[in-house]
Design a protein around this ligand. Structure first.
Ligand code: NAD
Length: 434
């Protein structure tokens, strides 16, 4: 894939953003916490602490525009919880960035890191700016100044940002350079999602899609299906969707439909996913592909397939269309593709939904690998990244599956129970200082 979107957080890092979310990220994150708390034997004081971020940094980021004028933007960094290790999560450039969204998404990162058993807590930040209105030079100045404004609260041992909506490897390179210049030494571990030449990890870009494929494969096995007979539809043939579809195709599944923002293509005999070029490889090449049938994105979601992987944006399976969803299993590739109301209805109907915090967590997991490589100053091969990612995904899958089996929970509740148990136990064991 030519483009490198390496987000590890966010309700929706795809272009359309979070503006249409029916429920705020914070309300959603708190509701999930309360649901999980009902199943976990953790002190109520610990749960109360987890409802609030440890810190919220708000900064002014002055930017000299190319025309000489000066504009001041507002930046945030929410640090939710670091009981298990440094805060970890993206930095987004998007006009709708605000404090509450950052807090909610930082909580989401806490659960995601904990379900993967990574030694990180949750963080999230950004600048309220439309990056499309900035020249490359302006983006560089804005990123460097943000790094300076956040310098006291980030660092390889404190808080490790990553790309998110509107930011990518280049912004991480500028951020790392600005931080390193001020610290007087090269510190690649301050951010992840960097280009490999300055300490980024091989395999970071494809990791979220690969993890979606691994988790889908395990779920297919769990339900005793044969992968060769399993049909799959993938909404959003971008970084996550294309990588997931191609891996599943390689492993024998029949990927019958994929889509981009303009529409979907369908072949009942299975598409050649290697031949279909992704949206970011050549825009328009998904919906423009010469396939037996064209569908709308809505029709793709309603196909009678074994597995549906929504991997484009948030809130696509809603109260309005959930009754028309015919898939037997949903694996969330995007962040937050299923609304709370739809999720409840799917649960009542007995349609399993494997949640985003498990399925697409390959991104933050390879970010963890990147951080390890930076700290140890030793690069891993792509094969090693793939092997270690496979191991970590299987460990997380097994932990969640054990909760599903032991307590008859939904996959989502089980994932949150695994995460909260780990965080709660760590908090109880460390105690409250002073
Ligand atoms: P991307 O921009 O690479 O791809 C998004 C795809 O969705 C594109 O094919 C685009 O055409 C399509 N799309 C956009 N709007 C659509 C719409 N309204 N209807 C149907 N299709 C639409 O983005 P990505 O990095 O693959 O991210 C996809 C989702 O996965 C987002 O929710 C993101 O937050 C989440 N995610 C991404 C990563 C990562 O590292 N890339 C990690 C974890 C989660």
């Amino acid at each position: 894939m030519s483009k490198q979107t390496t987000t590890e957080t966010g309700a929706d890092a795809a272009a359309d953003g979070d503006a249409t979310e029916p429920e705020s990220a914070l309300a959603n994150a708190r509701r999930q916490l309360e649901r999980a708390a009902a199943h976990v034997d953790v002190d109520s004081g610990v749960i109360e602490r987890l409802k609030h971020p440890t810190k919220l940094q708000q900064v002014s980021v002055p930017l000299r525009r190319d025309d000489g004028s000066l504009e001041v933007f507002t930046g945030f960094r929410a640090q939710h919880d670091d009981v298990r290790g440094p805060y970890k999560g993206g930095i987004r450039f998007h006009p709708h960035v605000n404090a509450e969204e950052c807090i909610g998404l930082s909580m989401w990162m806490t659960w995601k890191c904990a379900v993967m058993d990574l030694p990180f807590g949750g963080g999230k930040g950004g600048v309220a700016v439309d990056p499309k209105t900035l020249s490359e030079e302006e983006r560089e100045r804005l990123t460097r100044r943000l790094a300076e404004e956040l310098r006291d609260v980030v660092g390889p041992k404190q808080d490790v940002p990553a790309p998110d909506m509107g930011t990518g490897p280049q912004e991480m390179a500028w951020f790392m350079d600005a931080y390193s210049m001020q610290e007087g030494e090269t510190m690649p571990g301050v951010v992840t999602g960097k280009p490999p030449v300055i300490g980024g990890s091989y395999g970071r870009e494809e990791a979220p899609g690969r993890s979606v494929a691994i988790i889908t494969r395990e779920a297919i096995d769990y339900y005793d299906w044969d992968i060769e007979d399993t049909t799959v539809a993938v909404q959003g043939f971008g970084s996550v969707g294309a990588n997931a579809a191609r891996r599943l195709d390689e492993w024998g599944a029949k990927v019958v439909a994929v889509s981009d923002v303009d529409g979907a293509i369908y072949d009942e005999n299975g598409l050649d996913t290697q031949d279909v070029e992704g949206h970011d490889e050549r825009p328009g090449m998904v919906s423009g592909y010469d396939a037996p049938e064209s569908l709308s994105n809505e029709e793709l979601l309603e196909l009678d397939v074994d597995v549906l992987i929504p991997a484009a944006i948030g809130n696509v399976i809603t109260q309005e269309n959930v009754d028309d969803i015919q898939a037997d299993l949903i694996v969330e590739g995007a962040n937050g593709p299923t609304t709370f109301a739809a999720d409840t209805i799917l649960e009542e109907r007995g349609v399993p939904v494997v949640p985003d915090i498990l399925a697409n967590a390959g991104g933050v997991t390879v970010s963890y690998f990147e951080w390890l490589q930076d700290i140890n100053r030793r690069k891993w091969s792509l094969d090693r990244v793939h092997e270690e990612l496979e191991d970590e995904m299987l460990k997380a899958w097994n932990a969640v599956r054990d909760e599903v089996d032991a307590r008859d929970l939904s996959w989502r509740d089980a994932a949150y129970v695994v995460a909260l148990t780990r965080i709660g136990t760590a908090k109880e064991t460390r105690g409250l200082w002073p």
